[in-house]
Design a protein around this ligand. Structure first.
Ligand code: MG
Length: 280
């Protein structure tokens, strides 16, 4: 079955309306809207949403690591080699989807070719090679501080990535081994349907102790990733670390949006307290 991932594209001229200077009122309003939505759609009862947060699910690229500029370079170079046009904006707009899904989507639309997963995997391997030739991406400021705060709150940490690159998983454990182990990582190999389907984040909830959607928080930077978290009914925080307009993330239903991880880290304690306090 050919996956329809409905990638929306963005251009450099899109308007930019930052709403990332969050304050207590914004957080309360976002939580209230989220819980009301769950209650109205019959997903959950009031009492259940008052139990608080049990897990935080981090996306990897563009959230933990400043790796997206490298991915964009590798994507555009690789696709050009196979006669496919992909811009930097396209690389950001398709981020989060499994690599082979993106390749099959672009080849289908531009070359009129229905690539098999195996054919797409061969192209993805070339992209991976280019990526590994680039300098190692750094960890974003605020990530370690936030993980420490999460740990102090007694909340489980997980990572949910569309990546299928073994070395990156190893690096995750090297960099964040004090906060989670391999059992709390979801990769491209754990699900048949990647983001923007809800499956990866649903798997993340399961891996973090069979949590319910309203007991988790998703932290994402990409439109397809936000769509995935929202589709899984999880409170989704967007950290817009890339060049896309904030509207690209709010359109997908992000509950809160920040420009920097350090800003979200500052608000962590407020969010944890309000998560229990705010009623639908
Ligand atoms: Mg990402």
């Amino acid at each position: 079955m050919y996956p329809i991932i409905n990638i929306r594209t963005y251009t450099k001229g899109d308007s930019f309306h930052p709403i990332y200077n969050m304050n207590k009122e914004n957080i309360q309003e976002a939580l209230s809207k989220y819980k009301n939505h769950l209650k109205a759609s019959g997903v959950v009862t009031t009492e259940e949403t008052e139990k608080g947060i049990r897990c935080v699910l981090f996306d990897m690229d563009g959230v933990l690591y400043n790796s997206m500029p490298n991915h964009a370079i590798a994507w555009t170079k690789c696709m050009r080699q196979f006669g496919i046009r992909m811009t930097t904006e396209d690389a950001y707009a398709t981020e989060g989807a499994r690599g082979i899904d993106t390749i099959r989507d672009f080849a289908g639309r531009q070359l009129n070719k229905n690539l098999t997963p195996e054919e797409a995997q061969k192209i993805y391997d070339v992209k991976t090679d280019y990526f590994h030739q680039l300098p190692t991406a750094t960890i974003f400021a605020g990530v370690i501080d936030l993980m420490r705060k999460i740990k102090v709150s007694g909340v489980t940490i997980g990572v949910v990535t569309g990546s299928g690159q073994r070395p990156l998983i190893k690096r995750l454990l090297h960099d964040f081994g004090e906060f989670f182990d391999e059992k709390h990582i979801v990769t491209a190999y754990d699900v048949t349907r990647g983001k923007p389907y809800p499956d990866p984040y649903q798997m993340g909830l399961r891996k973090c102790g069979n949590c319910q959607p309203w007991q988790g928080i998703v932290i994402e930077n990409a439109p397809l990733g936000v769509r995935s978290g929202v589709a899984a009914n999880i409170f989704t925080v967007a950290v817009n670390s890339g060049p896309l307009p904030d509207s690209a993330l709010t359109k997908e239903g992000a509950n809160l949006i920040y420009k920097k991880m350090t800003q979200f880290c500052d608000d962590w304690d407020i969010l944890v307290d309000d998560f229990k306090r705010i009623k639908p």
